[in-house]
Design a protein around this ligand. Structure first.
Ligand code: NDP
Length: 254
């Protein structure tokens, strides 16, 4: 490997779901800074337009709802037609819901699973054949601390994010022989609109998080962006099937 290009994504085309805001936007920024073209998706066109304007020429967008499985193939076809390939897929789009487990309805549970798990699987189904045909590719999922330990009030989200880690392991065993690596990042508490909303009016929860984080602070969205660059880059060419915590030590702290 050319050591000067170990962390370069030049020549790669990354599709990032939910790439218009928060962690997805940081992943898009870090990946373009590392040489990739990125295509960001989401349901709100104005948000995507703003993000593309900010990122610059290396970014493009497609309005897409991950819960609409019938649109997955056309999304991948659009990206391939416009940019020549999809070599990196980042399944980042996600929704959360805070509610005691005994009050969570089947409908609410299903909506979390549909967006976070089925939406991601549907895009893997559409994108992986292109990657297998080229003999290389990188698929990333955004897991959570809720994949690793119990967090009260997020039963559906925990089920979804734990499911993602299982899906990463299975996909890694099925796709790695074809040169397609599959990994996840488990972000700790990172400062974004989603986490700010989850923390709203709950100073005790905020204090608990800081108190059990060895680095005693919230993470920056770019911390996740750079981890995504690493996992998608040639430097990680022998890394498949892992869930990398980027969490200031929360997952090993006491
Ligand atoms: P945001 O709410 O900022 O981002 C979520 C993104 O997903 C939005 O851009 C949203 O766009 C998109 N999205 C939601 N539903 C759909 C859908 N049905 N189809 C397409 N896009 C959709 O939150 P974060 O950046 O914080 O979260 C990003 C990911 O990181 C999520 O998977 C989250 O679970 C995970 N995460 C975040 C942590 C944090 O501390 N922030 C910690 C651990 C995990 P739109 O509404 O326009 O569709």
């Amino acid at each position: 490997m050319d050591k000067t290009k170990a962390f370069s994504l030049t020549g790669e085309v990354a599709l990032i779901t939910g790439g218009g805001t928060g962690l997805g936007l940081s992943i898009a920024r870090c990946m373009t800074a590392s040489g990739a073209k990125v295509v960001i998706t989401g349901r709100r066109e104005n948000v995507l337009q703003e993000a593309v304007k900010e990122i610059g020429d290396a970014a493009d967008y497609v309005v897409h709802d991950v819960t609409s499985a019938s649109d997955s193939n056309s999304l991948i076809d659009t990206v391939v037609k416009r940019h020549g390939s999809v070599s990196i897929l980042v399944n980042n789009a996600g929704i959360n819901m805070k509610k005691p487990a005994i009050d969570t309805t089947e409908e609410e549970f299903l909506s979390i699973l549909t967006t976070n798990v089925l939406g991601a699987h549907s895009l893997v189904r559409a994108a992986a054949p292109h990657m297998i045909e080229r003999g290389r590719g990188s698929i990333l999922f955004i897991a959570s601390m809720a994949s690793l330990f119990g967090i009260p009030g997020v039963v559906a989200y925990s089920a979804a994010k734990s499911g993602i880690v299982g899906m990463v392991r299975t996909l890694a065993t099925e796709l790695s022989p074809s040169g397609v690596r599959v990994n996840a990042i488990a972000p700790g508490w990172i400062e974004t609109a989603m986490s700010r909303k989850a923390m709203e009016g709950d100073p005790a929860r905020k204090a608990k998080i800081i108190g059990r984080t060895p680095m005693a602070k919230f993470g920056d969205p770019d911390d996740i962006g750079w981890a995504a660059v690493y996992l998608a880059s040639p430097a990680a060419q022998f890394v498949s099937g892992v869930c990398l915590p980027v969490d200031g030590g929360v997952s090993i702290g006491f």
